[in-house]
Structures are given as C-alpha cells and as structure tokens.
Design a protein around this ligand. Structure first.
Ligand code: SF4
Length: 234
C-alpha cells in the first residue's frame, strides 16, 4: 500500500506508473491500483454497463463505486445501478449529488437549465459533486476508452488528474468496441436496457438521444448543441 501522503508524492507515483503500465492489461492495471491504493480508490460508473465494475470486483470485491446522481437520470439507469448493487453485493455505491435538488436549481436558475446553459448545469450537477467526492480518495478508476472520441485518442492507462488532484486509472483505455462487446457477452455483464433501444452513450435523460444506425455513439449526447463532453475527463 502506498505511503504517499502529499499531492507531489501521488503525482510522482502516477508519472512512474504511467510509463511502467503503458501496455498493461485491464486486470494488471487494476491489480496495481488496488495494491497501491487499497480502500483509497473509487471506480466511476455512469451505469451504461457494468464492465468496469465486473473487472474491478475481480480484484477487490468491496470496491467503492461512484455514481453521479444528477437527478435527471432515466429510470432504466437508476434500475441498472440498483441491479449492479445486487449482482455485486460487496460494492459500496457512492451516490454523488449536487448541493441543490432539481427543484431548487429550477427556482434559482429557472427551469430546464440543461437546455439554456448545459455547461453550467453539468458544472453544478456533475463537475462539483465529482470533485467533492474525489477529494476523499487518492485514486479513481474510469471506463474512458480511446475510441470514445478523438479527444480521448491518447488516453493513458495511468495518469495524474491535475484538475481533481488525484491519480486516474483508465484500465480499458486501449479496448476496441469489439473487445468491449465481447467482454459483455462472454461474461454476461449487466447492460443498461436502453442500449438495446439505440441509446449508445447514456447520460442524463434531457441530454441523451437515440443514435442513428452507424452514427457516432456520442452524437446522441447534447444533440443539436455544441457541447460534447460533461467536463469530467478534460
Ligand atoms: Fe444537466 Fe444535461 Fe449535464 Fe445532466 S447532462 S447535468 S441534465 S446539462
């Protein structure tokens, strides 16, 4: 287990691991993460599927799982979160919530802030709750993959997350779509039922649309707006 106590120590640890684990498999990366950080690590999930949780629980069955409970999720996404908690009974789901309820936000900013200023809405309901939750950990694990978007093409397996001030591990960064879908079918991994209905990149309900066959999966996020990212992985 790491004895790193300062941000500088953690950053040095991340920089070293970034080189050493550049070609690591997902399980090798997770074994390093759990061996290094133990309970001081959290796995993020948007509950589109449980691939990352399935991998992480092979290494640490009682891992913490971070879910951004924005108050705007599809019922199917909340149902997937609850099903995941049943299938992996040892995990602890941490529901990160905004300071304000949706009703309080509507009262202060007006209704449907997501339509008028999605950056501010994401900042209030995702970015700040994420930052506050991550402040309690030394490392987080994400399901970001290089094929998700051109902006993610160089995603390393281990890196220093300067914005949130902790180590970030992306165990499935190199996975192709084929590898990803094979893992789901071979391991019988839970998937949000909306995926089979054509929602290929699932976020909050007001900002998620079905994707046309063959189109970029992320084209269904904030459709019709210039926004393409929540601001969580920048
Ligand atoms: Fe708000 Fe949409 Fe961002 Fe969700 S995805 S926090 S509803 S702008």
């Amino acid at each position: 287990m790491t004895t790193a106590t300062s941000k500088e120590d953690l950053k040095a640890l991340a920089d070293k691991a970034s080189e050493e684990l550049a070609d690591a498999s997902a399980l090798e990366a997770l074994e390093w993460a759990v061996g290094t950080f133990g309970d001081d690590l959290i796995v993020a999930s948007n509950m589109q599927d449980a691939v990352l949780i399935d991998l992480a629980t092979q290494v640490k069955s009682d891992v913490d799982v971070l879910f951004l409970e924005t108050g705007y999720h599809f019922a199917e996404t909340i149902g997937t979160r609850d099903a995941v908690a049943t299938v992996y009974p040892d995990i602890r789901v941490v529901n990160a919530q905004a300071e304000q309820t949706v009703a309080q936000q509507d009262a202060e900013y007006g209704p449907k802030l997501h339509d008028r200023d999605p950056n501010q809405c994401c900042h209030l309901r995702k970015v700040i709750p994420l930052r506050k939750t991550l402040a309690g950990y030394s490392a987080w694990v994400t399901g970001v993959r290089r094929v998700d978007a051109p902006t993610r093409a160089n995603t390393p397996i281990v890196t220093w997350d300067d914005r949130n001030g902790l180590v970030k591990i992306n165990p499935i960064a190199p996975w192709t779509d084929e590898e990803f879908h094979s893992y789901i079918s071979e391991h019988g991994v839970l998937e949000n039922p909306l995926v089979s209905e054509g929602y290929l990149s699932i976020g909050c309900a007001p900002c998620t649309a079905k994707v046309a066959p063959g189109a970029d999966p992320r084209s269904g996020r904030w459709a019709g707006q210039t926004k393409t990212e929540c601001g969580l992985h920048g």
